[in-house]
Design a protein around this ligand. Structure first.
Ligand code: COA
Length: 159
């Protein structure tokens, strides 16, 4: 399924995330992560004008979201999650397509993921991210290492 087909999936729409979306986002965040972001972390990120923050909705309900910060050297994907009942149906891919559409295919992107998060790492690899190193004991809840991934400038992308 390519990005155009995903965005034509009946009922799936991707648009800018608003403060009023945060109650639904927080509920998904708590189902998705062992150490979820707090409401104030989301508020802080959404307050940054350069941020790319998106929701994916199916039939009007939020089923996923992504938060991507813009820094001088790269865009940093800070958070992405899809509600458990809506996974493996292209929601995260539709969010990443829109991040790259807004951030630019000619920009560099980076992120961290738990080394055990094989599903997320497989998703990122499909988008051209590659592991470049680790941050030892990056996650405070269980002391797990993070894999650092970069998507280099010029990596092909076909929406
Ligand atoms: C990781 C996550 C965002 C993926 O969302 P998703 O909407 O299910 O992803 P997509 O349907 O767009 O997946 C696209 C491709 O990525 C890969 N992928 C995604 N999840 C996968 C999994 N659990 N196992 C293996 N491959 C996976 C597959 O190649 C998939 O294509 P396919 O379904 O045709 O095989 C979702 O599982 C999630 O919210 N996990 C909990 C939060 C999390 O770990 N976030 C990332 C933090 S770094």
């Amino acid at each position: 399924m390519n990005a155009q087909e995903r965005n034509q999936t009946p009922g799936l729409t991707v648009k800018t995330l608003n403060f009023s979306d945060l109650p639904q986002v927080i509920a998904i965040e708590r189902r998705a992560f062992p150490a979820p972001w707090s409401l104030s972390m989301f508020v802080l990120e959404l307050s940054k004008p350069s941020e790319i923050a998106l929701s994916a909705r199916r039939d009007g309900r939020i089923v996923g979201y992504v938060i991507c910060a813009r820094y001088d050297e790269a865009l940093h994907i800070m958070n992405i999650a899809v509600d458990p009942g809506h996974r493996r149906r292209g929601v995260a891919s539709a969010l990443l397509d829109e991040v790259i559409a807004r951030g630019g295919a000619d920009a560099a992107y980076t992120l961290e993921a738990r080394v055990s998060n094989a599903g997320a790492i497989a998703l990122y690899e499909r988008y051209g991210f590659r592991g470049v190193g680790t941050r030892p004991r990056y996650y405070a809840d269980n002391g797990e290492d993070a894999i650092i991934m970069w998507r280099a400038i010029g990596t092909p992308w076909e929406p």
